[in-house]
Ligand binder design. Structure first.
Ligand code: ADP
Ligand code: SR1
Ligand code: MG
Ligand code: MG
Ligand code: MG
Length: 431
């Protein structure tokens, strides 16, 4: 928890906060120029407050956590330590992919805040670019390079060294993980006061889900994986609202849920959010007929992005793993080469077979986590603008129902989806 001395910033005090710190003034402007600085609170997420402070030298983004969840209020307390975790994760990600994260300028434990690089317009939150349909096919797939860089470096498998166990402990993020466990893996499957859905249109669908033994067994298994796997340092909340994009780059923001966990959780969460928008396009198209062609193009962009995300990720991940494999052989007693008794050829065979098993497992996790994330965004506490902005409730409910059924298939029957193109084809057909 934040030490005493904490206060919630506002549009005035945030300027004083910056002006009192020369290391921050250098990004904004001299203290003497304070009267000319512009300040906005731009937090549109569920949890925290974000201020942008701009002056003659540039700008900073200041993200502060209050001791509760913003979208719920004081009735749901939440650790302010989440800003420490977010700062640590940004710093860690910057070691590997500085081009894909805002630079961290400072962390203040007392004030439970981080100060970071302001990602300037025209960069836009990907979800906001998708909802009013302004992301055009000219933007590349945001995730190809990003996911490929971010997930893999831990070089998973067999990487059982003391430093790794220490890192898992360093990034233990129990309260944020418990939040995820509640809102993704528990509440949607039971009647719970946090839940909401388009009612009465989806009442029967929700009742069916909450009586669905197969879905409940699947989510139990997935929750165990979320608890117990420590493949890599995850972002932990990698949805389309955590990605900023323009025609030149991609930035991941908001890693306050960072922890060592199953890689399929990050990848699946991103896929799920692309698919939610894919299902939503049909509703937008029906209610905003003037833009029909744009939605057709957007669906094509989303479908391509879905495929490129997985294939780009898989390729980058295996490349990195292969690069590290030689090093592993010298350092790690559990490496395929050591287990092969010094035979380089056999070591390579062990590595290839092991990688194939690993990727199969990762794929199944990705499919199932994607299903769980789609479901939570339709019947749990936190819905998505992609669907919410379809004003006609009957049209919206139709999109949501189709997405819910598809999410359930991903969760319960992952083996029906042998690869990413089959997910794409089935999602396009089901939407
Ligand atoms: P929350 O944890 O509440 O979801 P986010 O980290 O997602 O908060 O930030 C909320 C919003 O603030 C983002 O959607 C984005 O518009 C803006 N934002 C956050 N960080 C930055 C940044 N570094 N540069 C520019 N805008 C930012
Ligand atoms: C109260 S649940 C809020 C949700 O918003 C965040 O972005 C996470 O996805 C969390 O589950
Ligand atoms: Mg956010
Ligand atoms: Mg946001
Ligand atoms: Mg957040």
């Amino acid at each position: 928890a934040a030490a005493s001395g904490f206060y919630a910033l506002d549009l005035e005090t945030v300027k004083d906060y910056v002006a009192a710190r020369p290391n921050l003034c250098k990004h904004v402007g001299p203290e003497s120029s304070k009267a000319t600085w512009g300040v906005r609170e731009v937090g549109d997420g569920n949890i925290n407050f974000v201020f942008i402070v701009e002056g003659p030298s540039g700008g900073v983004a200041i993200k502060q956590s209050l001791p509760y969840i913003r979208c719920v209020g004081e009735s749901w307390p939440l650790t302010q330590d989440r800003m420490r975790l977010e700062g640590a994760a940004l710093a860690d990600e910057a070691l590997h992919t500085p081009q894909h994260v805002p630079a961290l300028y400072s962390y203040d434990a007392t004030m439970a805040l981080i100060v970071m690089q302001y990602i300037v317009p025209p960069a836009i939150i990907l979800r906001k670019g998708l909802c009013p349909c302004v992301v055009v096919p000219g933007c590349g797939c945001p995730s190809v390079s990003m996911l490929g860089h971010v997930c893999p470096f831990i070089v998973v498998a067999g990487c059982v060294r003391p430093w790794r166990r220490r890192r898992v402990v360093e990034f233990t993020n129990p309260e944020m993980c418990e939040l995820t466990e509640a809102v993704i893996f528990t509440e949607p499957y039971i009647p719970h006061p946090n839940n909401k859905h388009t009612s009465p249109q989806l009442d029967a669908d929700v009742a069916t889900l909450q009586a669905d033994v197969e879905a409940k067994a699947a989510i139990c298994d997935l929750k165990r994986k979320f608890h117990s796997k420590t493949d890599a340092l995850l972002h932990g909340d990698l949805h389309t609202g955590s990605i900023m994009i323009d025609h030149t780059g991609v930035w991941m923001i908001d890693p306050e849920f960072a922890m060592y966990g199953p890689m399929g959780f990050d990848v699946g969460k991103f896929h799920a959010n692309l698919m939610l928008m894919l299902f939503a396009t049909h509703g937008h198209e029906r209610t905003k007929l003037a833009q029909k062609q744009q939605y057709v193009e957007q669906r094509e962009w989303l479908s391509k992005c879905l495929v490129d995300t997985w294939t780009g990720f898989e390729q980058k991940f295996l490349d990195l793993w292969n690069k590290h494999a030689a090093k592993e052989a010298q350092e790690n007693t559990a490496s395929p080469q050591v287990l092969a008794g010094g035979s380089a050829a056999q070591g390579m065979d062990v590595l290839r077979l092991y990688q194939a098993t690993f990727m199969e497992d990762l794929w199944a996790d990705t499919v199932r986590f994607a299903g769980a994330v789609m479901i939570r965004r339709l019947v749990g506490i936190a819905h998505v603008a992609d669907m919410n902005t379809i004003e006609d409730a009957d049209v919206r409910a139709g999109c949501e129902r189709r997405a819910l059924r598809f999410g359930r298939e991903l969760l319960v029957h992952p083996s029906k989806f042998r690869d990413i193109t089959s997910i794409r084809d089935m999602a396009v057909a089901a939407a």
